[in-house]
Design a protein around this ligand. Structure first.
Ligand code: NCD
Length: 353
């Protein structure tokens, strides 16, 4: 693995190696205090973040490395109109690994084409968020002993929730997973995810009600309605507050069900759930830091690629997704990938044509 853009790019063996390393770090963090001594990470955060940015920073610090970057693009040359290509070419002169979050789908993939050092996708719009998935899988594996055979409920904004998309891609690598996709119809998973699940013969059912399915679940993964991704404010108003997990609803859940959430929470889990032993979302954030340590150790020690392969220069976007990075960065090449026999954008996965 050279970059981490989409969890789907990892094999199960690669994930298991990373998980084994994460476990070693959790069990004896003091043995890793010099693992990245002298290495430097650049964190480019074009949109707000608390957990992801802080946990990447602390992960590097706990490995003995250092971090620079921005948490607000207005403080950098991005505000002068610098392209992703130029920004990443620049910072990969200074850093050993680049961690990047943006509101544009496919942006981390775009950056990886031009970077001399590994790029990590820390969230590209409503598309993917693979390192949150590392936190999620670490939590499930540590607390349930494994991932195979679980019945997982994903609840909330499944259309715009990038953590959900990455988690589904990851769970395709495990056996006998059952999904209950719980969302209002207008916030159901994007088509490319549905095609992906069918292609991988994953068992899933889409429902609108949470309470009816709770008793069947081993994991309930709650998510926030992603206000910032709504083009139509009325659509957000219609859907906000639609799912609220309360202590009373939890009474019907299994005694060993995990309640997970990538955080931040708005109102979808009441605070009285926090003290229930099944609520593991804060622990999940801590596991995320350890998983990121394992990832950074793997990537930041890789040799620099002085001469990345030349990239074809594009002229106009072939993808019509208005949130795709190719809409604004027109030099990007016309990348196409097949998902379930359909031609899709190589950056954001949206179907072409
Ligand atoms: C998530 C994100 O940014 O996608 N947060 C996180 O990284 N832990 C979830 C969210 O913002 O709702």
């Amino acid at each position: 693995m050279r970059h981490l853009i989409d969890f789907g790019d990892l094999t199960r063996e690669e994930w298991e190696r990373l998980y084994a390393r994460t476990s070693e770090i959790i069990d004896a963090p003091e043995q890793f205090i010099d693992a990245c001594r002298g290495r430097v990470s650049c964190n480019l955060f074009y949109e707000p973040s608390t957990r992801t940015n802080f946990s990447f920073q602390t992960a590097m610090m706990r490995l003995g490395g250092s971090v620079f970057g921005f948490a607000d693009p207005n403080s950098s040359s991005v505000s002068k109109g610098e392209s992703i290509k130029d920004t990443v070419k620049m910072v990969s002169n200074y850093a050993d690994v680049v961690v990047m979050r943006t509101p544009w789908e496919g942006s981390a993939k775009a950056a990886s084409l031009y970077s001399n050092v590994p790029v990590v996708n820390a969230g590209d719009g409503g598309h993917m968020h693979p390192t949150q998935t590392m936190a999620d899988l670490t939590t499930i594996t540590r607390l349930r002993g494994g991932v195979d055979g679980l019945c997982v409920g994903l609840c909330g904004d499944l259309k715009n929730g990038r953590t959900v998309h990455s988690l589904i891609k990851a769970l395709a690598k495990f056996n006998d997973i059952k999904f209950f996709l719980i969302s209002p119809r207008e916030l159901a998973v994007p088509d490319y995810m549905r095609v992906f699940m069918r292609e991988h013969q994953m068992w899933f059912t889409e429902v609108t009600g949470l309470e009816a399915v709770i008793p069947q679940l081993d994991v309930l993964y709650m998510t926030r309605i992603q206000k910032e991704r709504f083009v139509d404010p009325l659509e957000y108003e219609r859907n906000k507050g639609i799912y609220v997990l309360t202590r009373r609803k939890l009474e019907r859940a299994r005694p060993d069900m995990l309640v997970m959430h990538p955080l931040p929470r708005v109102d979808e889990i009441t605070v009285d759930v926090d003290d229930d032993p099944r609520a593991v979302y804060f622990q999940q954030a801590r596991y995320g830091m350890f998983a990121r340590m394992a990832l950074l150790e793997h990537l930041a020690l890789q040799p620099r690629d002085e001469y990345p392969a030349p990239v074809e220069i594009g002229t106009r976007p072939i993808c019509r997704n208005p949130r795709c990075i190719t809409q604004t960065e027109h030099y990007l090449p016309p990348l196409v990938k097949r998902i379930g026999g359909v031609d899709c954008c190589g950056f954001c996965d949206a179907a072409l044509g």
